[in-house]
Design a protein around this ligand. Structure first.
Ligand code: B16
Ligand code: MG
Length: 220
């Protein structure tokens, strides 16, 4: 186990709450419409523009490209506003310890998030120094569930994906890790992340020893 590849939202911090709050505000302000809770899951782990497509499809709204781009930018401004309050206290339970234990054992860390705000969020959480690389989601051909961002993250560390473990909370992300041929660790219900090589209910349940054991079991 040379590298650990991390999703951000739902794995390192619960930014999904802010994402969806920002989508709701955007749609209320621009169209005076409400979004149902079920759309939160459908926009998790997918890019900003793909999330907006899911939402506009649900609302049956068709827009010219320029207006679509304007809405995506407005959502990001609202979202960045919400992120201002983030501090290291917002790192999900157990993850700060896991990150420091992995580093202590010589494992290199890379971020494999669909979010273009990844570096900003790591900085707010006080984790910029801990990460050896951040894969740029704007530089990969296809977003999750395609494996591209996980391949880019392993590559940024100089390792083969087979030498890495990946952490995900969303179905699209687990598929991406599996198709990249890294060992997948899913966080959440079996319904969501059941396709992962190993599953944990919550971040607080994950520790270095279990991850190492999972890695060894996978390679037996
Ligand atoms: P941004 P992850 C994803 O993060 C979020 O889960 C998803 O809801 C969001 O649309 C996407 O990042 C893009 O984020 O608008 O900040 O570029 O789970 O891949 O870390
Ligand atoms: Mg996620």
């Amino acid at each position: 186990m040379k590298g650990a590849l991390f999703d951000l939202d739902g794995v390192i911090a619960d930014t999904a709450v802010f994402h969806f709050k920002a989508w709701r505000k955007l749609i209320k302000d621009n169209f005076d419409r409400e979004l149902p809770d079920e759309l939160e899951e459908k926009t998790k782990g997918v890019s900003r523009s793909d999330s907006l497509k899911v939402i506009l499809d649900y609302l049956k709204i068709d827009l010219p490209q320029a207006e679509f781009n304007r809405l995506a930018a407005e959502k990001n401004n609202v979202y960045r506003g919400y992120l201002q309050t983030l501090t290291e206290k917002d790192i999900l339970p157990g993850m700060a310890k896991l990150i420091s234990d992995l580093k202590e054992h010589g494992v290199k860390l890379a971020l494999a998030s669909a979010s273009q705000n990844g570096p900003f969020i790591l900085e707010k959480l006080g984790l910029s120094e801990a990460f050896d690389a951040v894969a740029d989601p704007t530089k990969v051909a296809k977003g999750k569930p395609a494996p591209d961002i996980y391949l880019a993250a392993a590559d940024a560390l100089g390792f083969k994906p087979e030498d890495c473990v990946g952490f995900e909370d969303a179905i699209a992300g687990v598929t991406a890790i599996n198709d990249a041929h890294a060992v997948s660790i899913g966080i959440g219900s079996k319904k969501e992340v059941g396709k992962a090589d190993f599953c944990f209910d919550k971040t607080v349940d994950i520790n270095y020893a279990d991850v190492k054991r999972a890695w060894e079991n996978f390679h037996e």
